[in-house]
Design a protein around this ligand. Structure first.
Ligand code: NDP
Length: 292
């Protein structure tokens, strides 16, 4: 049984679709999901205890403090959730000798240049959220157990708050939306992240030497403005996109301009970089189903 931290988030919900808790009363569950009520990442030791008590075959951490702007004002709390808790989880996994799969972010990078970031490139976070996630990465590595740190970016799905849902909302009521054109990255379907986490958890159990840091982001790389254009095209909305620089859309936290990530190391797990345009079509179909 794989133990998953997170129940309500975008990636956690997709994990639940792929690895159901139990299909029937007699069924052995593939996965168990711990929501905030059962494991609060604000209490790192409680997270470690949950793992030691459950004795799973692997752990996936799909929970995190994801409020990027709020982290600027509440960095200490964000660092407990994104830094200390994953570290405690990784140490518990190392103690049990089981793989730990942890999700991280492109925000650990500075966003300089135009070259795709390699997993081993030096980090240089621009804000508190990126620093808190980097602290998590470092704590997971320091635990010394079998692990994969999977950095991803621009996550979207039919659930929760994300760019696709915001654009669909605006696109339904406005003739034009202004969208940032000078941040480039890979929009990533939560379903592809979930699938990769499961593949990695299973592969690491047999081949711990695959431990390391990996990048998974949807291809091709694109600006937020061009991402919005494709959303409107696929959703058949007549809304126009006006390109604006980030300086015209100020936010509390600075975002990296270059979030391109080299995904090639994924091939060690037999995985390819997903095409986000296909993932977008699936999410639009999911949203259609939900609304019916
Ligand atoms: P969501 O914001 O959709 O979900 C976050 C999850 O974490 C929720 O289930 C939330 O629970 C849970 N959580 C937050 N704080 C706590 C806490 N103190 N205790 C227990 N649970 C908590 O996240 P995503 O699915 O989008 O993100 C998954 C991973 O991907 C994260 O590691 C994130 O950092 C990373 N990532 C995300 C990006 C994005 O664009 N969203 C981009 C790059 C990386 P509750 O509902 O109770 O709040």
């Amino acid at each position: 049984m794989i133990l998953v931290f997170g129940r309500t988030g975008q990636v956690a919900r997709e994990l639940a679709r792929l690895a159901p808790e139990a299909r029937s009363a007699e069924d052995v569950p593939e996965a168990r999901f711990l929501g905030r009520d059962e494991a609060d990442l604000g209490d790192a030791q409680a997270c470690a205890r949950a793992i030691l008590e459950a004795k799973p075959s692997a752990v996936i951490n799909a929970a995190a403090w994801t409020a990027v702007d709020r982290a600027e004002d509440e960095e200490a709390q964000a660092t407990v959730v994104n830094g200390e808790a994953p570290g405690a989880m990784a140490r518990a996994c190392a103690e049990l000798g089981i793989p730990f799969v942890h999700i991280s972010t492109d925000y650990v990078f500075s966003g300089e240049g135009t070259r795709p970031w390699q997993p081993e490139d030096p980090a240089g976070p621009l804000g508190a959220y990126g620093r808190s996630k980097l602290a998590g990465e470092e704590a997971v590595r320091a635990a010394g157990g079998t692990h994969a740190i999977l950095r991803t970016s621009w996550v979207f799905s039919a659930h929760g708050a994300n760019f696709v849902k915001t654009m669909l909302r605006h696109g339904a009521t406005r003739e034009t939306v202004s969208v940032v054109m000078d941040q480039i990255g890979g929009p990533t379907p939560a379903a592809d992240i979930a699938s990769a986490c499961l593949t990695m958890a299973r592969a690491l159990a047999a081949r711990p030497e695959l431990s390391g840091t990996y990048h998974l982001s949807g291809g091709p790389d694109v600006s937020w403005a061009d991402f919005a254009r494709e959303i409107f095209r696929q959703a058949d909305l007549p809304c126009r996109v006006q390109d604006i620089p980030s300086s015209d859309y100020p936010t509390r936290a600075h975002r990296p301009a270059n979030s391109r990530m080299d995904n090639s190391a994924l091939s060690r797990f037999g995985l390819d970089r997903p095409d986000w345009r296909q993932g977008l079509a699936r999410v639009l179909a999911d949203l259609q189903e939900i609304s019916e």
